[in-house]
Design a protein around this ligand. Structure first.
Ligand code: ADP
Ligand code: MG
Length: 253
């Protein structure tokens, strides 16, 4: 995926002020930065959950969620095209967003069933395989309220995986969890990374970013201040704002 000079305003407030980003196939990119720096807004534009005001978000060279007409105007694509995009680019949220009245298994089969990705038996078999992968097969018949936050988030990851996405986006997937539940989710994500899944992860988990990410992007006040390989960014940050941020989060981690 490629983001080029992305700008985004809400009303008169510009929250993304020219963001550039490259995500190579098979890479894990971690996005770090203080609260309010535009991380959520940016990651949501990667699968068109948020529109861009100007600049480009491209997946395989094609704009994500919009079309540029011959006159240069932007047009939102049809719902059908949007859902095709979101099949390729899955998302996991901070707040899990599971359907409360569906079991874990039903949460995972829901979207593939809507899209008739396979027959019912195939959809269920695939969903069970994804639940197995995140260590939740034994809880397939449970409802979200019967699961811990970490378990719910693992189901949410299985749900996204069930669409066989090429890219997975994670927006602070462990921030809503009690500290003792963070590792089980990070372990699942580490497994996905080692399988070569392309991932963009907004995170406050610096150890995860350092150990798992190929590339780390530091955002502040709507821009990418600094980016680089994890070891370089953490051991040898070049910008004063990066240094200040890292000092602060390391102190509280
Ligand atoms: P982060 O995820 O880094 O904390 P966000 O992308 O959530 O940052 O927010 C960046 C800025 O954009 C914040 O100042 C936030 O208040 C503002 N913002 C985010 N979403 C909206 C919205 N829908 N309407 C207006 N302002 C928003
Ligand atoms: Mg956020």
């Amino acid at each position: 995926m490629t983001v080029v000079n992305e700008r985004k305003s809400f009303g008169t407030t510009e929250v993304l002020k020219g963001v550039d980003l490259k995500v190579h196939k098979g890479e894990v990119v971690a996005v770090i930065g203080p609260s309010g720096s535009g991380k959520t807004t940016m990651i949501r534009t990667l699968n068109a959950m948020e529109s861009v005001t100007s600049g480009d978000v491209l997946y395989r060279g094609v704009p994500v969620g919009y079309k540029v007409t011959s006159s240069g105007a932007r047009k939102v694509v049809s719902d059908k095209e949007l859902s095709r995009t979101r099949e390729n680019i899955g998302m996991v949220f901070q707040q899990f967003n599971l359907f409360p009245h569906k079991t874990a298994l039903e949460n995972v089969t829901f979207a593939p069933t809507q899209l008739r990705k396979a027959n019912a038996a195939g959809t269920t078999a695939n969903a069970m395989a994804q639940l197995e992968k995140v260590g939740m097969a034994a809880h397939a018949q449970k409802y979200p309220h019967q699961l811990s936050g970490g378990q719910q988030q693992r189901v949410a990851i299985a749900r996204a995986l069930a669409m066989s996405p090429d890219v997975m986006l994670f927006d602070e997937p462990t921030s809503a969890l009690d500290p003792e539940l963070v590792d089980e989710v990070l372990q699942v994500m580490t497994g996905l990374a080692s399988e070569g899944l392309t991932m963009v992860v907004v995170t406050h988990e610096m150890r995860f970013a350092r150990e798992v990410a190929d590339w780390v992007v530091f955002m502040d006040q709507g821009v990418v201040v600094e980016e680089g390989p994890a070891a370089q960014l953490f051991d040898n940050p070049q910008h004063e704002r990066t240094q200040r941020f890292l000092t602060r989060v390391m102190a509280t981690n």
